[in-house]
Design a binder for this molecule. Structure first.
Ligand code: ZN
Length: 200
């Protein structure tokens, strides 16, 4: 997962200075610092940003919009200052669900999503399917039933898994119209791209 941003002032002045942030494993604090570093390191060919910002020469910590005398991360005192932009816009992103990307930034919910994605062991496609079914982020893992090739396949697996049917019997098991059975089951479920969820 990554996102590419442009410093806004430079962009408005006709300079595209994109920087890309790899988001895997980041929390919101890491992300904020990565944005600050991207703004600080964007090199203007002409003109300057509208705020004075600083970077610690020992650990690289950046503060946008002020010049600190002593780095709050490492207590370093060799501070480099320059004019930078303080705002940015989104240029591009990869593997981040579009729900979490606005014109100007990632939504803060993105980091909740990334945390749940890591914790739940569910594939990101499951989350995308959940969003497509209108579920909220915190409902998806709880309501996820599984992945099936069709409604009929879902109904058949469901019947077996819940013990609704004795699969050792050839007849009448082999005569069941699973598409018809699925019709009823889907009253209580939603699906998207092969992923199935309980409806509330
Ligand atoms: Zn430092």
């Amino acid at each position: 997962m990554n996102i590419t941003l442009y410093p806004l002032g430079a962009y408005v002045s006709g300079y595209c200075l994109p920087f890309t942030i790899e988001l895997d494993g980041m929390d919101q604090t890491d992300y904020g610092q990565a944005v600050s570093k991207g703004l600080f390191e964007a090199n203007y060919k002409n003109g300057d940003g509208n705020v004075l910002s600083s970077r610690c020469q020992r650990c690289g910590h950046v503060v946008i919009g002020s010049v600190v005398k002593c780095c709050k991360e490492c207590s370093g005192i060799f501070i480099e200052a320059k004019q930078t932009d303080e705002e940015w816009i989104v240029c591009d992103y990869e593997d981040v669900p579009s729900e979490f990307v606005g014109e100007y930034d990632l939504s803060s919910d993105f980091f909740d999503y990334a945390g749940l994605l890591a914790e739940s062991n569910l594939d990101k496609d499951v989350f995308s399917a959940g969003f497509a079914c209108g579920l909220a982020l915190d409902e998806i893992a709880d309501r996820y039933v599984g992945s099936y090739s069709s409604d009929a396949d879902f109904a058949e697996q469901w019947a077996e898994d819940t013990g609704s049917i004795n699969t050792s019997l050839a007849w009448p098991y082999t005569c069941i119209n699973w598409e018809w059975a699925a019709h009823d089951l889907m009253m209580d479920h939603d699906s998207f791209a092969g992923h199935y969820f309980f409806r509330s």
